[in-house]
Design a protein around this ligand. Structure first.
Ligand code: HEC
Ligand code: HEC
Length: 452
């Protein structure tokens, strides 16, 4: 343990804190262990916000958290919590108005979302976790989570190099055998953590037409707010689409993200993501480790779908978090949120396309995001993920915020207030307006956000 670089130790301490911190009331009360923040080299500090967690990787080499795929407590640690199981008190909710066929697809997809992969089913050789739910489970199956993944790269003269040939920019923290474990290469001079985002209501976000998001680009804005759409390639059709999923809006479709996640988080190749990750880019090791033919995610003859397709069904029909109780103060907070200008990026609602499937068409999506990329200045994570530049981040949707206890892309903020104060770049002027609010108004904004 002592040789772990700090960013890995952070992941570990978060994991061990997860079980205890999971009960909802405790979230607000239990402060995170102090060691989860700081530690990484600070590049600079915005006086109003928490320390920035990016900078050179400590040159200590690295021993990832779990030597081998199945340490003693692995299964226990990754078991689906009883309250999250189907029929449990937080069991996954479906969108209303689905057809019987869609319901069956949702149930079928759920099974794959919680299924633990093993080396025999294609897990690894390098991976981050064994199932989708292992990370996505805050507030129920498909939620956000405290687990983070690590991105790294090298910046020289302001140019970002993802170090693809060394396995970048995403680190896989685990492997099916110790000899395949990845390290943050010494060549990297930047690392960033990314915390797990929620999937509640993801199908509605997917069903928003590109043109609706593009309208947000042309809406007039003030106070230095800009915003541009992340134009990305749909891995299936090859078409250019408006990206909307992930911290950098790196995918336009849930199926695209599912294939990416199966490959890069779980180590399972599929039709559109057919190339296995070589451990730190080492093809010789890959050849030795990879005993299963690609694509590993094959069609299940019973339903004529791959796992990537099935988990996509689950995510697509997963209901958004219903709005919490709205107090008089949170109503005031909603007004202040708008007056200050937060809604310029955190756009309260968009409407889905009328041509979307049953249950998804013509719906109001109360997501509180414009789904655009914004230059967030010091808050940017320093990772270039084309088309998103180093400082650009997608406006984080704020629905369901009350089910979470870590905020911002790296989970650095333990309170919503800290998350707001850390806004920078295009959001700087509006952040300062928030900061200058009388305490009761600021509280009202927080109460409003806590009702989402
Ligand atoms: C190791 C933890 C981990 C595992 C395992 C994992 N995810 Fe994620 N997921 C994340 C993180 C972290 C993000 C944010 C990543 C980013 O934007 O860089 C994310 C984001 C997503 C998003 C984007 C949601 C949004 O709007 O931002 C989707 C969709 C998704 N995951 C689906 C899946 C599916 C499907 C699986 C299983 C095949 C899966 N994930 C497995 C950690 C995980
Ligand atoms: C210029 C666009 C912009 C403006 C203006 C803006 N935000 Fe944000 N907001 C973002 C982006 C982008 C993120 C994600 C940043 C990150 O984590 O790197 C974010 C994240 C957040 C988060 C954390 C969400 C999460 O998932 O962790 C909260 C809370 C939030 N904003 C509230 C506010 C409030 C309140 C205001 C007004 C005072 C505001 N924002 C103004 C763009 C904006």
């Amino acid at each position: 343990m002592k040789t772990l670089p700090v960013q890995i130790a952070i992941g570990l301490s978060m994991t061990s804190a997860l079980v205890a911190a999971f009960e909802e009331p405790a979230w607000a009360k239990t402060p995170p262990p102090a060691q989860t923040l700081g530690g990484l080299v600070k590049l600079g500090t915005d006086s109003s916000g928490p320390p920035l967690m990016r900078g050179p990787v400590p040159r200590t080499g690295m021993a990832p958290p779990f030597p081998g795929a199945t340490p003693p407590n692995f299964q226990k640690e990754h078991a689906v919590r009883p309250e999250n199981r189907i029929g449990g008190k937080r069991g996954p909710q479906m969108l209303p108005g689905l057809t019987a066929e869609q319901l069956a697809d949702f149930q079928g997809g759920l099974e794959d979302f919680v299924k633990e992969e093993t080396a025999e089913t294609g897990l690894g050789p390098v991976f981050n976790d064994v199932s989708c739910v292992a990370c996505h489970d805050a507030g129920g199956i498909g939620g956000a989570g405290r687990k983070t993944v690590v991105r790294f790269g090298r910046v020289i003269d302001g140019k970002f190099d993802p170090l693809t040939e060394l396995g970048g920019s995403l680190l896989q923290k685990r492997a099916i055998a110790p000899e395949y474990l990845e390290r943050v290469p010494l060549e990297a001079n930047i690392t960033a953590l990314r915390i797990t985002t929620p999937l509640f209501g993801a199908g509605l976000i997917e069903a928003i037409a590109d043109s609706t998001i593009l309208e947000n680009v042309s809406t007039p804005k003030t106070d230095g707010v800009m915003g541009r759409a992340a134009m990305v390639k749909d891995p299936v059709t090859g078409q250019t689409r408006v990206g909307r999923f992930g911290w950098k809006a790196q995918h336009a479709t849930l199926f695209g993200f599912a294939g990416d996640a199966y490959l890069n988080e779980v180590g399972i190749t599929s039709r559109y993501f057919p190339t296995e990750n070589a451990p730190n880019g080492n093809q010789v090791l890959l050849e030795k480790a990879d005993k299963y033919a690609d694509p590993e995610d094959v069609v299940d003859p019973a339903v004529n779908k791959t796992d990537s397709e099935k988990v996509t069904d689950f995510m697509r029909y997963l209901a958004p978090v219903p709005r919490g109780p709205v107090s008089a103060r949170s109503k005031i907070g909603a007004d202040v949120f708008k007056q200050v200008g937060c809604t310029q990026c955190h756009k309260p609602e968009m409407v889905t396309s009328l041509s979307a499937p049953a249950g998804l068409a013509g719906q109001k999506v109360l997501l509180y995001s414009d789904l655009l990329l914004h230059d967030m200045g010091l808050l940017g994570d320093g990772i270039e993920q084309p088309p998103a530049k180093m400082k650009e981040m997608r406006t984080a949707p704020l629905w369901g915020l009350r089910l979470r206890d870590r905020y911002l892309h790296d989970g650095r903020a333990t309170t919503v207030d800290l998350a707001i104060l850390a806004h920078d770049g295009e959001a700087k002027v509006i952040r300062d307006k928030y900061k200058a609010l009388a305490t009761d108004k600021r509280q009202a904004v927080l109460e409003f956000l806590n009702s989402l």
